[in-house]
Design a binder for this molecule. Structure first.
Ligand SMILES: Cc1cc2nc3c(=O)[nH]c(=O)nc-3n(C[C@H](O)[C@H](O)[C@H](O)COP(=O)(O)O)c2cc1C
Length: 199
């Protein structure tokens, strides 16, 4: 039995390919780990603020800030971090937007990456504090990045692997529906990716 956190970052609702791929991963997970629970977090609905001065001051201890701002800013980040900490498995649906992750997903990451909470530099050593998690990325893209001329534009997956790894989530498996908007690929892209899903 596992606690699964499903994170949606597409704005495409039910027809989203990254969400459908994430669902395929979750279907396999719930079949494999009987009695698992799934908590859904839809970042297209639950939006995280872009950083402002209050975040800088609270997260980085850089200057005075009104107590009510400290409380709200900390609570939003604490809640996001607690959801991550409570999960055994995190499945993230990731459509590629402009060669990167959706800004809603980046904003969530900005609130989860917090010194002293999810990573530490105690004693001059970097340590990721989010331990014992399994992460699956369910990626969909209009183009193809595993081969051909767009390989050099593959920023999103290395970014997520590096960022999640930095805070301790080093066990990341990626399933990717590539070429979802390209004739010759789009007809089969999602199904091919779903067929590869294994947990
Ligand atoms: C605003 C926007 C930007 C996009 N940028 C890219 C891109 O840079 N590279 C790419 O391969 N596809 C790009 N696409 C296409 C999507 O990645 C593709 O349609 C994907 O399957 C969408 O996933 P979803 O169905 O889960 O929303 C973009 C789509 C949108 C809406």
């Amino acid at each position: 039995m596992k606690k699964i956190l499903k994170i949606i970052s597409s704005v495409n609702g039910a027809v989203s390919k990254s969400t459908q791929l994430a669902d395929a991963v979750i279907e396999k997970l719930t079949a494999h780990y009987a009695g698992s629970t799934v908590k859904v977090k839809d970042l297209s609905q639950q939006r995280y603020e872009h950083f402002h001065e209050g975040h800088l001051k609270v997260y980085r201890g850089m200057g005075e800030v009104a107590p009510e701002i400290v409380a709200t800013v900390e609570k939003v980040s604490d809640d996001a971090i607690n959801e991550v900490m409570e999960a055994d498995i995190i499945v993230i649906g990731v459509p590629i937007y402009n060669f990167n992750v959706p800004s809603t997903l980046k904003a969530w990451i900005d609130h989860v990456m917090r010194a002293g909470r999810t990573f530490s530099f105690a004693g001059g050593q970097k340590e990721g504090l989010v331990k014992n998690k399994k992460v699956y990325l369910a990626v969909s893209s209009g183009g193809v990045y595993s081969e051909g001329p767009m390989q050099a534009y593959n920023f999103a997956v290395p970014y997520l692997e590096a960022t999640l790894g930095f805070i301790g989530m080093t066990d990341v498996t990626t399933f990717w529906a590539e070429g979802c908007d390209m004739p010759g690929y789009k007809e089969t892209a999602l199904q091919k990716a779903i067929d590869k899903v294994a947990v």
